[in-house]
Ligand binder design. Structure first.
Ligand SMILES: [Zn+2]
Length: 277
């Protein structure tokens, strides 16, 4: 599932290709993408809109139009976007929507599992919608250990579960939570409220480092994720613990262990990340 680094990689690649461009023709083939609205109605609303900026909030791509409206794209499990300069020749059965831009290029949305969403919001609805669902951006200046400490305080849930809550840290998912906890040397099952200030500082730093590493390597291509030009990310080659059960921890050599936390497969180092202090 694409997390912050993957969505940011897509944003960086698409931004120069769609900002300033007009949506000339929009075709939405899958009603699930825009429900409860009618695909034809949403497509008609989008046609004629000109892109003012392409932003990212958490795992949302935010296409802001000059009209003030915004299209919020969430890729969920298997969504991806592809840009093609001279239109898209092949007919992919998993293609769910195509936008033809006023320079003749296409942006196609593909989604095998069909959990992704396109949500067109009126100008006044954009910030409340995002604000209700998302905490601060972990790569922004507002994300400090004081802020994170306040979000974790009073939470009995395992720290891993607390970090997966998008209202705590926008954009984290299963991969980068495991990577951040390893960097911070914190066991994923530790109750969030029990972390001391030094551990919260390490965790804040670990989150930023893990996410920056992911962005620098164009994200992680495990299954469906690829960048808008079709190339793959390289972060999966550099995971410290995620998916590396039985392999030696790069810090201490202890085999990485896999457990379940918050219903998710979770990888950690039993020596570096101890449950009891
Ligand atoms: Zn270790």
């Amino acid at each position: 599932m694409p997390e912050l680094p993957e969505v940011e990689t897509i944003r960086l690649a698409l931004e120069p290709r769609i900002v300033g461009r007009r949506f000339d023709e929009v075709e939405i083939m899958d009603p699930r993408l825009v429900r409860p609205f009618e695909p034809q109605a949403v497509a008609a609303e989008l046609e004629g809109e000109r892109v003012a900026s392409l932003e990212r909030r958490g795992k949302y791509l935010v296409v802001r139009f000059e009209s003030g409206r915004a299209l919020l794209i969430h890729l969920r499990m298997t969504g991806s976007l592809r840009h093609a300069v001279r239109g898209l020749p092949d007919l992919d059965p998993h293609r769910r929507a195509v936008v033809k831009l006023d320079d003749g290029s296409d942006v196609a949305y593909k989604d095998v599992r069909r959990f992704g969403t396109w949500h067109l919001l009126e100008p006044d609805d954009v910030e409340p919608y995002l604000g209700d669902r998302l905490g601060v951006e972990p790569l922004g200046r507002a994300f400090t250990s004081r802020w994170l400490g306040a979000r974790l305080a009073g939470r009995r849930a395992p720290v891993k579960a607390a970090l997966l809550d998008q209202r705590a840290v926008a954009g984290l998912g299963n991969i980068y939570v495991d990577e951040a906890l390893w960097r911070a040397r914190i066991h994923p099952r530790r109750p969030a409220a029990e972390l001391d200030p030094e551990e919260v500082r390490r965790l804040t730093r670990g989150i930023k480092e893990a996410l920056r590493a992911g962005v620098a390597r164009q994200g992680a291509s495990l299954r469906d994720y690829s960048t808008p030009d079709g190339s793959r990310g390289r972060m999966q080659e550099e995971f410290r613990v995620y998916g590396r059960e039985g392999e030696p921890c790069s810090r201490c050599g202890t085999p990485v262990d896999k457990i379940r936390v918050a219903g998710r497969g979770t990888w950690y180092c039993p020596s570096c990340q101890r449950l009891a202090r």
